[in-house]
Design a protein around this ligand. Sequence first.
Ligand code: ZN
Ligand code: ZN
Length: 191
Amino acid sequence: MLPIERRQQLLKWLREEGSLAITEISRRLNVSEMTVYRDIKPLLDEKEIIKTSGGISLAPISKMSSTTCTYCLKELNSRHPVQIITNDLKVEQLCCPHCGLLRYKDIEKDVSQIICRDFLQNSTISAKMAYYLMGTDFNLNCCQPQVLTFESIKQAEQFQKGFGGVVIRFEEAMDEIQKRMNGAGGCSCKK
Ligand SMILES: [Zn+2]
Ligand SMILES: [Zn+2]
């Protein structure tokens, strides 16, 4: 396994499990602890991960170095950020799913992972698996047209009952945002 592959695998485990001990990482990757330290150095330098007692964990999104949205350059709204991890392991922060999806569309080939938050539970989910709710009466005060992300279709539909809108999937959501941006109303994004 190349160092970049080990880093990718490591980030995957951290996203699934929260934190990992160095000894455990060395065991799973079947490399020495020295190699693990060498592998994680760039991630520590980039503040993507942080040291914990005896191990490492993902850096909390709010403590990440960048404070503006990669797409619209707005100050990051910490409640519903989206993260894009590129194939060369750069982490981009987007203010909301609206910008996350538009940015994804721009750099699709270079994207390794796109991660968002469940709107109600605030848990971390893969944006490709999420359910998107568009056109609700609930206003996040971020970019328009607004999209909310949910892990379960059930909760998306429950929210939809109260606040209206349509539930769609990842690919449709990307097209739908672009479609609605061409119409009246406009988008507060820079582009
Ligand atoms: Zn944005
Ligand atoms: Zn936004």
